[in-house]
Design a protein around this ligand. Structure first.
Ligand SMILES: [Zn+2]
Length: 44
């Protein structure tokens, strides 16, 4: 059974209208800023 194109957030895997839901999008933005500022930890 294939549901009609249900998109999931690629970060939290919750149903979202975008590839990345608003919450994660904001979080990512914050993390990106943090990384640029600190750049102490590198997760791979
Ligand atoms: Zn998300």
């Amino acid at each position: 059974m294939a549901e009609a194109k249900k998109q999931l957030c690629m970060i939290c895997a919750k149903p979202s209208t975008k590839t990345i839901c608003a919450a994660c999008s904001e979080r990512l933005r914050g993390e990106a800023l943090n990384k640029k500022k600190k750049e102490e930890k590198r997760k791979e």
